[in-house]
Write a protein that binds this ligand. Structure first.
Ligand code: UDP
Length: 332
């Protein structure tokens, strides 16, 4: 009999691809379901050659395609779901909320119902610190009020509520992992953060430092933070990947985990990121100062003690310099 497989939606994306790598490195069998839209491809564009690790197979398709999900579950004895696929741009979510509720709630619910009907009990969901909105205090524990300030955060929180309700009604075991600022890359340089368009600070800083982009705009220097720029909790993508594997193991042992924050508990300002990148690249990072970006809270820092305790998880590569070195290597 074939060993059971993990169905990984969005396994070609930034966090998803690092998870697939970590899972297959441990000898787990993975079926990736991805529509490649994160690479900027439309449904009828040709599928490019992608490096998929041994032990994983890529199926190009839609998470809301019930017939496809059903046949994947049957064919590969899927035993658990790790759900990364989703829309992730805050600004776009404000302009096109229908897209966010369609992908992150509607289609995700069809996916969940289908895998559940096929006997899948364990689900790890890619959630976000955006569910907290503008927190009153940092570091933020999971018990803090959830009050998202944009449709992206609302859609992620809505799916968390679905998982919570299914846990009660249907015995689903789940972990909703609330990422703070995912960054870095696999240290071997073969996987990297490539969003289209790229809006995240670390890749933009590195590319600006190498002259591959125009100077970075620092979004606001008048925040109530020590140097006036926003403070974020940057967590290495490999540390995120390892937390997902630990969560799957806990679920398999019978405990549902609920929502868990994944961060380091340490915040860095935009200026501190620029300084660290300057040290790593050995050159100043060209930048200008601009106005605040809509919806940016001054500081987001995780209290991730629950994840550490319940998963036995410790970030290993999230020290800022290591994280920027890994990101820089992957963009060489
Ligand atoms: N940021 C910036 N300039 C940029 C991109 C981001 O100053 O070109 C700031 C942004 O305001 C935030 C931090 O960098 O305070 C991290 O932003 P990112 O988009 O990477 O992640 P977010 O915190 O929005 O999830």
């Amino acid at each position: 009999m074939k060993t059971a497989a993990i169905l990984v939606t969005g396994g070609v994306g930034f966090v998803g691809s690092h998870f697939v790598r970590a899972a297959t490195d441990e000898g787990r069998r993975v079926i990736i379901l991805d529509d490649l839209s994160g690479m900027g491809l439309a449904t009828n564009d040709a599928t490019p050659q992608l490096a998929i690790p041994d032990g994983a197979a890529l199926v190009r398709g839609d998470i809301g395609d019930e017939a496809l999900i059903e046949s994947l579950c049957r064919q590969h004895s899927v035993s658990s779901l790790v759900h990364f696929a989703g829309k992730i741009q805050v600004g776009e979510s404000v302009r096109k909320p229908e897209l966010y509720f369609d992908h992150n709630v509607n289609r995700s619910l069809r996916l969940l119902d289908t895998v559940r009907e096929m006997g899948v009990r364990d689900v790890v969901f890619s959630s976000t610190a955006a569910v907290y909105g503008e927190p009153k205090t940092v570091p933020i524990p999971e018990t803090a009020q959830t009050a998202p300030v944009n449709p992206y955060g609302c859609s992620k929180l809505a799916f968390e509520w679905i998982l919570q309700s299914y846990a009660v009604a249907h015995g689903l075991r789940y972990a909703a992992l609330r990422y703070f600022n995912a960054a870095g890359a696999h240290p071997d340089g073969t996987l990297s953060e490539r969003h289209d368009p790229e809006t995240h600070l670390v890749p933009l800083v590195i590319d600006a430092g190498r002259g591959r982009r125009p100077p970075l705009t620092v979004f606001g220097t008048d925040y109530p933070t020590p140097d006036g720029t926003c403070v974020r909790d940057y967590i290495h993508v490999c540390d995120l990947a390892s937390a997902h594997l630990l969560a799957l193991d806990q679920l398999a042992q019978g405990s549902s985990l609920g929502a868990l924050n994944l961060g380091t508990g340490r915040g860095y300002s935009v200026r501190q990121v620029l300084e660290a990148a300057q040290d790593v690249l050995g050159a100043p990072i060209p930048h200008t100062v601009g106005s605040r970006r809509d919806g940016d809270p001054p500081a987001l820092v995780a209290d991730s003690s629950a994840a550490q305790r319940r998963l036995g998880w410790q970030p290993k590569r999230s020290e800022l310099k290591t994280l920027i070195e890994d990101a820089a290597r992957s963009r060489a």
